[in-house]
Ligand binder design. Structure first.
Ligand code: ADP
Ligand code: MG
Length: 388
């Protein structure tokens, strides 16, 4: 009789998130198939079977559905419509294809959040260019234009500081002849802090919510995450409630990351990702059950583990390749970084660097957040990528 541990798992995408999911699937001994177009992708050496193929090929999805018991993904810009077809034929996909379809479109996502009672910044869909000026007059400038689909690391957003910049912001997002319906506009949020919670829902309906963590972005790319975020108990409690609420709104199974703004009036949800997230990497060393392990537990139907921190403080710092760096590389400074107390180094094993590509991260744990932060800065300063 096959038990849960005999579940064959398939992951679409074998980058760093796929790799860290793979580490936990293999920890528990699951059979793992990974789909990724790169022969030497980060998850390659950890899976039982690597399907080297395009991430959007329907034939490949079907083959994965036929050979795996459950499919999940590390990346949300995939063919969700076809996953829905496979799901309707009996394939298990978590988070479900419907979750993915709703979240892929940032406007649909925002509407569902709002209708479900989650606090979100004011936003409005667009029929014509004048709707942007109307929003600017109503809310004041800047306003933030966002493409509904395909955005990441700030690509897909453009702010207009003044009415005169609206045209330029719009053109930067909309391809020539593109439909303005593909963009929506959001009120500018004057936030004190960006933060996120991870919320995971198991097949039995149990929800595990991780502590609110504080995120620092540089050029819209996550630079570091600190946990706990250091907010008041009330805000911490609200973030937990929002975490539960969001998984209920989408009815999701698996890990969800909820990015939020902390403002003087409380929390606003910025966006939701239906997967483990860069801002949750600290959970590997700092929590009883990491975001990746709980995700694997959720999609296979195992009970969830505790999301609580087992250390007082943690800081994760991304190792990002420099803006003008491409090609083969070596990592230097690991000996010095790991010589400091509480430091863990993760290198993803990407074959080549590209400008501002996420290549690895450092996590530091300890008893005091200020100390941990200092150590993280020092450790990160030692790690450099050099041309090979
Ligand atoms: N309404 C807003 N007001 C102010 N800053 C914003 C707003 N929306 C997004 N941002 C900033 O842009 C960053 C990226 O936007 P986000 O919507 O999270 O897109 P992405 O999918 O690229 O992560 C956010 O982390 C935040 O710093
Ligand atoms: Mg974001």
């Amino acid at each position: 009789l096959a038990g849960i541990l005999d579940t064959k798992i398939g992951i679409i995408g074998g980058g760093q998130l796929g790799k860290m999911m793979a580490q936990d699937t293999k920890k528990m001994g699951f059979h793992l198939t990974v789909l990724d177009p790169e022969a030497n992708c980060p998850a390659h050496s950890l899976c039982d079977r690597h399907v080297v193929a395009d991430l959007y090929e329907r034939r490949t999805y079907r083959e994965m559905a036929e050979t795996c018991d459950v499919l999940t993904y590390e990346f949300e810009h995939i063919d969700a419509e076809y996953l829905l077809t496979l799901e309707n034929e009996g394939c298990r996909v978590y988070p479900t294809a419907k979750n993915l379809i709703n979240i892929q479109d940032k406007l649909t996502q925002k509407r569902m959040l709002q209708e479900g009672g989650a606090p979100v910044p004011e936003f409005t869909p667009l029929d014509k260019k004048n709707d942007i000026f109307a929003a600017g007059e109503k809310w004041g400038y800047p306003v933030m234009l966002k493409t509904r689909r395909g955005g990441y690391d700030g690509k897909g957003n453009a702010a207009a500081e003044r009415p005169e910049q609206v045209e330029e912001a719009l053109n930067s997002l909309l391809p020539e002849g593109g439909n303005i319906n593909e963009i929506f506009v959001e009120k500018w949020v004057q936030y004190d802090m960006e933060a996120s919670v991870l919320a995971c829902r198991g097949l039995d309906g149990a929800i595990a919510v991780y502590p609110l963590a504080k995120n620092l972005h540089e050029d819209s790319i996550l630079r570091s995450t600190a946990a706990p975020a250091g907010v008041s108990p009330l805000i911490a409690e609200n973030s937990r409630r929002i975490g539960e609420m969001v998984t209920e709104i989408f009815g999701g199974i698996g890990m969800f990351c909820i990015e939020m703004f902390v403002t003087k009036d409380g929390l606003l949800v910025n966006e939701v990702a239906p997967r483990p997230h860069n801002s949750g990497h600290y959970t590997i060393e700092a929590c009883y059950t990491s975001q990746f392990e709980n995700h694997v537990r959720a999609v296979t139907g195992l009970p969830l583990g505790s999301p609580h921190m087992k250390t007082a403080a943690a800081v994760m710092t991304n190792i990002i390749s420099p803006p003008f760096f491409s090609g083969a590389y070596r990592v230097s400074g690991a000996e010095k970084a790991l010589g400091l107390q509480g430091v863990t180094l993760h290198m993803y094993g990407k074959q080549t660097a590209r400008p501002k590509r996420k290549m690895g991260h450092i996590t530091v744990v300890g008893n005091d957040l200020n100390e941990v932060r200092k150590t993280a800065e020092e450790a990160a300063s030692y790690i450099t990528l050099v041309k090979d």
